[in-house]
Design a protein around this ligand. Sequence first.
Ligand code: SF4
Length: 376
Amino acid sequence: MEKPENLLAPFRALCRNPGAQLDKVLAEGKKAVGVLPYFCPEELVYAVGMRPFGLWGAELECASSGRYYPGFICSILHTTLEMGLRGMLDGLSAVMVPTCCDALKSFGPNWKYGVGAIPVIDAAWGQNRKTPAGEEFTRASFRRILGRLAELAGRRASDAALAEAIAVCNENRAALRAFTAAAAAHPEAVSPADRSAVLKAGFFLDRKEHTAMVRALTEALNALPESRWKGLRLVTTGILADSPALLDILGESGFAVMDDQVAQESVLFRRDVPVTEDPALGLARYLGQAEGCSVLYDPGKERGRELVRLARAAKADGVLWVMAKFCDPEEFDLVPVKRMLEDAGIPLLTVEADQQSASYEQARSALEAFAEMLRG
Ligand code: SF4
């Protein structure tokens, strides 16, 4: 059986250069659609025979996006727009943009004005996502998006194709859940940066291909002898926790990620899309059942209760909140969720993440101090 370290290498390579994957897809004559966070169903893109390509920003310094966005907008949107303005996303047939935070609401108009040639598909869903009326609003919205994608793809969008796409993505979710469990059992073999790369690569690969790679890795991890690792156990939360520099500091400070409630990670695969007669309704229900993300309407702060449960189940020493700089929804959630963690006696550290900043040395000091405090 292949060693885990050999199976991890391709995930790291993919995340170092996602653009190469986009070029490959386009060179094969396929059409691709950029999918911004959050909860834009990739299944709709697969259902019309196109490839989704995740757009979660990039670690780069922006030179042009400042003409469209002020400096106090998060780096996901600055750097994604910058990639569009620099032509790094040329060849996409469209970008799908949700309207679930104030900054995202202006992304579509900025993109249309600045990038222009790549059309925008606005994705809206019901804020009251758990009610029948909210579900119906979201279902109808997803149907409209499917129609628009079908026009761009030049082919009909059948319910059978959508159901098949949901099945493929649900298989990927199950594979990722099995992988995160195996990674938590073997922190000596999967560093925080490796874990992130495995999860993130799915945004750039065909989901079937990703599932096969993740399953092979999980099998190799499960075949390892029982771990004797004695480091510190973390659960992470936030929007993104994918900066290699920050994740390397985590590993160097003796932490492993046992579980996460990160919008780019487990939030997306903790639950499957329900199988329903109308597959678009299943996608709407999935959104109603999702938890753990600050852009979801969550008046009772289930996010905090879930985080406490995850931390306890993982026997975590603490929670790390990777706070996306200039993200209002995250800052609003921080106060009540922090209180819930305090009430549960779970230590919390917050570090700020910014894709436009290459330096995490302040975070290193904070993490080293947090580690010392946890070790007592
Ligand atoms: S939720 Fe936060 S990080 Fe995400 S796009 Fe909105 S402001 Fe940016």
